[in-house]
Write a protein that binds this ligand. Structure first.
Ligand code: 5CA
Ligand code: ZN
Length: 409
């Protein structure tokens, strides 16, 4: 699958000094301690209704991680999947009479165009579920050799208790797990399950649905194992960061960690589990099932500058749930205009002081609001003709571009 292309960020003077991030598994802000290359896996879209502002906010957040690590002189090996065959995609195709492959292709194309417009750095590897089925089969066979798989009819399940550390990512109690599992694609009540939380790794062929040959008969992969198979193949154990929205904490990232830990016999699957808040609109989480979506492509078509969309996202802390609004977009548009005016001034207060402040704020669990405030006050001063550093406008423009991903020129 082809990812998108975005210009490399400008090179900045000096280097960042590290990045601290909230880790869901340990429930604290901790320093990230990536190797070089740093290895980041961020769950990609299920391409049947892309790209809404919630998706955009999530990928912009991990783009900041990518940019911060790169600023710390690291290479970042970034891998992302596309869930291009799954129940909700097939359902949507059935409802609309579309071919499921065409639907996935069209929506993935829209997503990559939106990411490019939002100046999100592309993953090094961008892989669809359909093109990685042999990897899934191989991992299921490894789980079988470790006695972690059983069948109900022709469907294969992963026994979550084969990982003694199951539950450590989300730290939910069992009742919560059962409730959320049922809400998010799980089947706790299916007769024959050893534990209601055991998750599907291979779904045997269903009439009218796509399927592939395998040693277990024709069928298709379960959801969690797909991401594990891709991450282990292209990044390997242990990831520096597993990322996604907070709706993926359970079951997706819990199940993925357990499967990977049983396959490899190693721990942990990821050093940091990082999750973004949910973006809402009209009082509810933006979701395809509810249909309360604001699409990036529609905003772009209506003439909204993608950099204003990006700035509107950055005004919120990535871990908070928040509401999209026209007012937030208008505020971001005004801010963009002020910043652009300021970096076109002949001089301003010290640019390196702003760069230091920007690095400091972002390294602290991506405090984008703090970063924005430092640019706001610099821009105000530069516009009023205060400060005589004639290098400053260039440095600030490059810093905002490289670290926040907002192009001002
Ligand atoms: N394909 C799977 C992951 S393997 C999936 O969750 N796809 S998705 O299209 O539903 O979501 C893609 C990403 O956007 C996920 O990280 C998800 O957590 C995030 N996301 C979905 N809705 C929102 C929202 N309203 N606000 C913030 N992030 C969201
Ligand atoms: Zn995933």
């Amino acid at each position: 699958m082809h990812a998108w292309t975005v210009a490399d960020p400008p090179i900045l003077p000096g280097a960042g000094q590290g990045l601290r991030l909230w880790d869901t598994a340990t429930q604290q802000v901790r320093p990230t301690a990536p190797g070089n290359p740093a290895r980041m896996y961020v769950c990609g879209i299920t391409p049947y209704d892309a790209t809404h502002l919630g998706h955009a906010a999530t990928y912009v957040a991990f783009d900041l991680v990518n940019r911060c690590w790169r600023d710390c002189s690291l290479t970042v090996d970034y891998v992302q999947n596309v869930t291009d065959v799954d129940d909700p995609l097939l359902e949507r195709a059935r409802e609309t009479g579309a071919d499921w492959r065409q639907l996935a292709m069209d929506q993935t194309k829209l997503f990559t165009e939106d990411m490019q417009a939002l100046n999100v750095l592309p993953p090094k590897e961008y892989l669809g579920a359909v093109e990685t089925i042999p990897l899934v089969i191989q991992r299921i066979q490894e789980l079988q050799r470790r006695d972690a798989i059983y069948a109900i009819d022709q469907d294969l399940y992963f026994s979550v208790h084969s990982d003694p550390r199951f539950g450590e990512v989300s730290a939910l109690d069992r009742a919560e797990m059962l409730r959320i599992f049922a809400e998010r694609g799980g089947d706790p009540d299916r007769p024959g399950k050893r534990d209601p939380l055991d998750c599907l790794v291979w779904l045997a062929e269903r009439a009218g649905e796509p399927s592939w040959d395998s040693p277990f008969g024709r069928g298709r992969p379960g959801w969690h194992i797909e991401c594990v198979a891709i991450a282990l193949e292209y990044l390997g154990m242990t990831l520096d960061l597993q990322g996604g929205g907070s709706d993926l904490i359970f079951p997706h990232h819990e199940m993925g960690a357990a499967e990977a830990q049983v396959v490899t016999g190693a721990w942990p699957y990821a050093r940091h589990y990082v999750h973004t808040g949910m973006v809402g609109w009209q009082g509810h989480k933006m979701s395809k099932s509810r249909g309360n979506l604001v699409f990036v492509s529609r905003l772009r078509e209506s003439g909204v500058d993608p950099m204003a969309i990006r700035l509107a996202i950055l005004a919120h802390h990535y871990r908070q749930d928040w509401e999209w609004s026209d007012a937030a977009l208008a505020t971001a548009g005004d801010r963009l205009t002020r910043w652009r005016r300021a970096v076109n001034a002949d001089s301003g207060p010290s640019g390196t002081a702003v760069l230091d402040r920007l690095r400091d704020r972002l390294s602290d669990d991506l405090d984008t609001a703090g970063a924005i405030a430092s640019i706001d006050s610099w821009a105000q001063a530069a516009s009023e003709g205060r400060g005589s550093d004639n290098q400053a406008p260039g440095i600030v423009s490059d810093a905002v571009d490289a670290l926040l991903g907002v192009r001002l020129t």
